[in-house]
Design a protein around this ligand. Sequence first.
Ligand SMILES: Cc1cc2nc3c(=O)[nH]c(=O)nc-3n(C[C@H](O)[C@H](O)[C@H](O)COP(=O)(O)OP(=O)(O)OC[C@H]3O[C@@H](n4cnc5c(N)ncnc54)[C@H](O)[C@@H]3O)c2cc1C
Length: 541
Amino acid sequence: MQQNTASFDAIVIGSGIGSLTTAALLAKERGMRVLVLEKHFNLGGQTHEFKRKGKYEFDVGLHYIGGMDRGSGKAVFDYLTEGRLLWQKMPDEFEKFVYPDLEFDVPSDGKLYRQRLIERYPAERAAIERYFHDVKAAATWYSMGHLGDALPAALRPLLKLAFRWKGGLAALTVEQYLERHFSDPRLKALLASQWGDYGLPPSQAAFGMHALIVTHYWRGAWYPVGGAKQIARAIIPVIERLGGQVVSGKTVTEILVEHGRATGVRTIATLKPHRPPVDYAAPIVISGAGAVNTYLKLVPRHVDIPFRDRLAHLAQLQQGTSAISVYLGLKASPATLGIRGENHWVYSGYDHNRAAADTSFTQGYYLSFASLKNPQARSHTAEIITFAKYERFAQWSDGRWKKRGDDYERLKQDIAQQLIDRVERRIPGFAALVDYVDVSTPLTMEHFQGNPRGEFYGLPATPDRLFQPWTGAKTPVGNLYLTGGDVMSPGVVGAMIGGVKAAGAMMGPFGFFRLMKTMAEAQRRTEQTGRAPASETASAG
Ligand SMILES: Cc1cc2nc3c(=O)[nH]c(=O)nc-3n(C[C@H](O)[C@H](O)[C@H](O)COP(=O)(O)OP(=O)(O)OC[C@H]3O[C@@H](n4cnc5c(N)ncnc54)[C@H](O)[C@@H]3O)c2cc1C
C-alpha cells in the first residue's frame, strides 16, 4: 500500500457531469482544491467521446439536451464552464416518432406540439389539454420530491405532506396516467415514445420522470458545439485553475472510513491492477459512481448503512435499462438522404412494455446523427441504439474487453447488421453510406463506466424512487456525499443538478437553493453585460 501525500480538500469519485459539477462548484464557491479520480482512460463519464479510424468521433451518452437557450440548466452550464460551452440548436422538428402506420414530427414548441396532437386526435382534445397541464405539474413535483433532502431537516416532513396532498400525479406510473385519461392506443403509445430517455417502459416509469423529459424539450433540443466531449473540456480547466486535479485511469476500490467519517479513498491503476494500491486522503469524499456502487461496493461492509440491505434487495428486483449502441462511420453526409439532424424513435408496434421486455432487438431503435448536430464535425457519423437485457450477454461477463471471443463478436455483428438493415428499409441508401461499424453492449457499459449490469441510467426512475434515503446527497457516513444522476434524475441536466445538490449539501441549510440563485444571478448579469461569468466568486455559503 502506498500513501499519496498531495493535499486536497475533497476527493470526487468519477468524472461524469455530476462529479465535475460538484468539483467545480466546490472550487469556485469554497476555494477548495479538489481531486477528481476517474477509472476510465477518457474523462467525462457518459459525456465522453471516442474516436475510430482517426476521424470518426462518437459520443456515448449525449444526443440532445433541452432548455439550452435560457433557464436554470443553461445557467448552471454557463457558470461551470465560464461561458466556454456553446450550443447548437437542433432542427425544428427535432425528433420523429415512427410507428408501423404513423409518423409524428415533434416541434420545438410545446404549444405547437399540443396543437398537432389535437389536430390528429380531435376526439381526445380534452385529455390532451389536460395532459399538457398535468405534465407541467408532475415535473415540478417530481423535482421537488428529489430535492426534499436539500431542505433543512425540519421542513422535510412538510414537503412530504404537500407531496401527498398535491403531488400524487408524479408518483403514478406513466401507464396508470395514460390509461386513466386516454382511449386511443396509438395516442397513448405516441405520448410515451420518449421512454428511452428515462429507460423504463410505461408500466414501470414514474409519470413525474416522464413529465420531466417531456417538458425538458418543450423549447426544442440542443447539442454542444464541438461534441459532448466539450462539456468536460470546458469544466476541467476551472477545477485545475483553482488548484484541483483531474486524473484518469484510477479506479477507486474503497472509500476509507474512520470512526464513521470518510477520510479518503483507496485506488488502483485501472490498466495495471496488479500494482500496489495507492491511498489518497481528504476530509471530504464525494462519489459520482452511483448509489448502488457506492453503498454496496465502495463503502466497507463494517460501516453501518441503515438501508444497505434494502438497497441491495431493490437492486436485485428492479432491473433498470441497458442498451446496445451501434456506432457508424459514414462515407458521406446523411443529409444526402434527407436527414436534417433530427432523432428518430422507431417502433415495430404500439406496446412499449412488450418492446422493453423483448430480447430480439427487433421491437424498436433510436437513430441519431451527431455530425449533423455539430457544426464542427469533421466526418459524418450515425448511432443506432436499442435497449438490451444484460442477461443476453452475461455469459461473456468474465471475459476481458476485446477478448470476449468469437461468439460474442459474431452476436454483436449480427445485431449491428439487423439494425442497419432495418434503417435501410426506412431510409433507402443508408446502408451504402456505412464505412465503419463498432458496437457496444451492456458489458461495455459495465466495463468502462462501472454501471452494474450496464444500467447506464442508474437507479430506475420508478415511482418509489422518490424520497428514498439512497437518493440523498448526504449519506449516513460523515463527510461522504453522493452526486450525479442518482441523487436527482437520469440525463445530463438531471445529473448536473444532482451535482449542484451535492455541493449544496456541504453549504448549510438551503445551500442548493443559494447556489442555484448565485448561478441564475450570474446568468442575468451575463445577459445584461454580454460578458461570460469568468471568475465569479460570489459566495453561496
Ligand atoms: C446511449 C446513451 C444515450 C444517452 N443520451 C442522452 C441524451 O441524449 N441526453 C441526456 O441528457 N442524457 C443522455 N444519456 C444519459 C446521460 O448521459 C447520463 O444520465 C449522465 O451523463 C450521467 O451522469 P453522471 O455524472 O450521473 O454519471 P456518469 O456519466 O456515468 O459518470 C460516472 C463516472 O464515474 C466513473 N466511476 C464509476 N465507478 C468508479 C470508480 N470505482 N472509480 C473511479 N471512477 C468511477 C465512471 O467511469 C464514470 O465516468 C444517455 C446515456 C446513454 C448511455
